[in-house]
Design a protein around this ligand. Sequence first.
Ligand SMILES: [Zn+2]
Length: 334
Amino acid sequence: MNYISLDLEWNQAYAQKALAVQKRLECRLRGEVIQIGAVKLDEDLNLIGSYRITVKPKFFKVIQRYVMRLTGIDQTMLDHGTPLPEAIERFHRWCGEDFAFLTWGPDDIPMLEDNLRAHRLDGSWLHRVYDLQLIFNRQTDGSKNQRSLEYAMEHFGIEQNLPAHDALNDAYFTALVAQRLDVAAGIAQYDERRGDNLLTTVIGDADGGEKGFSTPELLLADERVATPTCPLCSAPLTPLDNLLHSKGQRYTRLFSCKEHGKLFLRMHLLRNFNETWRAKYVILPADEAGEKDYRKRLQDSAVATTRRRRPRRKPRQAQEASTQGSDAATPSPQ
Ligand SMILES: [Zn+2]
């Protein structure tokens, strides 16, 4: 198997225009890819090829000034670029048969998927992706911070001898960082974690043509969330504690299946292009450490809520206007 280190540059439109385009296309499009850069590595991480193509945008045709400053791509280059369907066909052919993508950070592949969807093109071949940023963190200091590519280069003493924010240069630098990591071990760990999940799905994905939920509350009341069944035996699961709400619209709840033991349901709520909500939704076996952490966080959030409630004194008018439900920080138990 080869590795493809991938980097993209994309152009954006001003908010009104972007919204109108997304409504018309009925899918999310936060940016339009204008350059694809990639470096191919063999199994031993030797560099064996490179690829760069400038893409002519179809929806956001005018290059934003800051994108031009950052990437050095100007309007003339864009106008002479290759339309996405053709660029992607060529790029896919260059990738070959058996490969996995390496990216720096989580953003590039979803952006490319959105672009393919906007053009009604198949994106299923993009599924094998490893975020090198995570592997770097795990194999260096275990940090959870998002480190820049420049940070990783400095860490390994890689000289920045080419301009950054050129898709090919960034893909090349990403490849150099990969060569200094144990990529195979990182991938094995990645796959192991992925393999733990008994169920991985998205609900309410308006970007993918489903109906989104107009509020997070409606999503949380959906039967797949409120009364889920075991992915292994389809038996109804019994909740063992409350729904835990963490930062950034993340939710966790511990359940049990008579036959398969304790299971976590974990969700991340996200906005669809049309302002409705979807959730990435995972069910996986609960281990002891995970359960301990979950119970502790539940307790902490209960304490935080009590503390917040006590000293708050609102002006009289405001108090009258908000007699119901303003303090909904913690979801109530069933
Ligand atoms: Zn079961």
